[in-house]
Design a protein around this ligand. Sequence first.
Ligand code: PMP
Length: 304
Amino acid sequence: MADNIIWFKGELIPQSQASVPVLSSTAQFGLNVFEGIRCYWNEKERQLYAFRLKEHFDRLQTSCKLIRIECPYDSNQLEDALIKSIQANEFKSDCAVRMTLFVESEGSWSTEGGSVGMFVAPILRTRVQLPVKVGKKACVSSWERINDNCLPPRVKAGSNYINGRYAHMAAIRGGYDLPIFLDHNGVVAEGAGACIFIVRNGKLITPPMAASILESITRQTLIDFAGDLGFDVVERDIARTELYVSDEIFFCGSAAEITPIVSVDNYDVGSGAVGPITNGMHARYLEITSGEIEKYRNWITPIY
Ligand code: PMP
């Protein structure tokens, strides 16, 4: 891993010099919340754009509120830290930024009012080249998605990802690439680190907010622009076997962008190849994120 410069508690330092105490609540209990934010390079304008910062910062504040940790920064300060961390590395190509608030004081899982630190760590990460020709093989996991009455998926906390860990490890060991979670009601929820859309008869369908999902910014983005390409989006429960009879399926997320799924539990999705709607949505998504569509330029923030 490159020893990039990170923003760490107000200072710009090499990542290798940042540390957290071993007895901190973040180290012991995973008491942290975070955002994964993508920035896309626009070669024509020679500018790097961060995507939907307002929505990421709002979600970070929501995560803090629910898990009851104090966010010491407002949106302007969060934006400033993000911009400075990227500028310090002089990144002039696509990158991803991890922004994490962590409880650094010693305490139990229930201690409130602990001191909260933040790091903002950019890494270079290129976008997927289109059209994507090879899709992923998914399985329905035997691990159930966490739900709102145990570990709310709405909170983007590090500890939630242990649920994803079990499902993802089992999928890989079973010969698949990725898991799909059902929720406690037995309907399709999401992936281990991404939301899911299926395509049936030209319609895009995605599970509703109450189906144990993270309030994904990419999911909302796709809902917001799908109409431009002539697609209706329906938010409703999806039954397991609907996955097997879908025409196309894809995951979506800031990191995942749009990830085509070509089989589920060894049932081919549609023809078993990456579908045209999946690639079409992906192409439009990348145009929007890199600032090429005028109508959506209010979603992007220049870094330089
Ligand atoms: N669900 C989960 C569990 C995730 O970890 C992610 C990645 N943040 C997503 C969905 C997609 O969210 P977003 O589009 O905001 O990146």
